[in-house]
Write a protein that binds this ligand. Structure first.
Ligand code: CTP
Ligand code: CA
Length: 225
């Protein structure tokens, strides 16, 4: 009986989770996307509601069923995700940005299907950085947790992102490791704050979600010196 395992330690929290990979259209049938399956974000949403939080799940397209008891907002593009996140931000006490956001979009979308003929050059522009915007717009006391997928120099890039974006923590994934991460049901991560780097060894995404939430709420406790 799952109820017996409830600790309800997130009661009173409103957790805003973003999940999946945003998509930017190139023409009516094609888009720029990424390999995110949404599993990590959905596992976080599931774990947070199970522990008593109210959960707002803002999700880019995935092949997953949303967890029960979450308020689901479906989006496709980075711009739509940004607007949804900013409009729901005032309600949130914790924001977890597990989504893999498309970094570029076409400067202009073709209104007809692009025809295949010879080399093609696409003109792209960067999308808005939702995490950085959320970190600067949030009200005091709102926790902001980002994710970062890196293939090299993880700690250096992770720390750089943490400082540049102004998040309270970054969940750092080493995507060069085989068999975990993208599409897998398992993952490993480093929970990175300005002061600490906590290793979360390989485990199921369900368990990892609970460990990430443990570390997130620990950030609310006064730091011992
Ligand atoms: N992120 C975001 N908006 C973007 C890009 C990223 O909110 N336009 C968020 C992601 O949801 C994630 C964090 O920022 O929580 C880090 O994403 P990542 O792709 O690692 O960072 P980038 O700044 O895009 O750096 P990179 O050039 O390595 O892709
Ligand atoms: Ca990126």
């Amino acid at each position: 009986l799952e109820l017996l395992n409830h600790t309800n330690d997130l009661a009173g929290e409103v957790v805003l989770v973003t999940a999946g990979g945003t998509r930017e259209a190139l023409d009516p049938v094609r888009y720029i996307g990424n390999r995110s399956s949404g599993k990590m974000g959905y596992a976080l949403a599931y774990a947070a509601q199970r522990r008593g939080a109210r959960v707002i799940l803002i999700t880019a397209p995935t092949a997953l069923h949303p967890p029960p008891n979450c308020e689901v907002v479906s989006v496709v593009t980075t711009g739509q995700m940004r607007d949804a996140v900013v409009s729901r931000l005032p309600e949130a006490t914790m924001v977890i940005k597990a989504a893999a956001v498309a970094d570029y979009r076409a400067i202009s979308m073709a209104d007809q299907k692009l025809k295949r003929s010879g080399p093609l050059t696409l003109q792209l522009e960067p999308t808005a950085d939702i995490l950085a915007e959320v970190a600067s717009l949030r009200k005091p006391g709102t926790l902001v947790i980002g994710f970062a997928a890196e293939t090299e120099d993880h700690l250096t890039h992770g720390r750089d992102k943490l400082l540049r974006k102004g998040a309270d923590a970054i969940v750092l994934n080493d995507v060069s490791r085989e068999g975990i991460g993208f599409d897998s049901d398992r993952n490993a991560a480093t929970f990175l704050t300005k002061q600490t780097a906590i290793e979360l060894p390989e485990m199921s995404k369900r368990d990892l979600a609970d460990r990430i939430l443990d570390e997130a709420i620990a950030l609310r406790r006064p730091q011992s010196v």
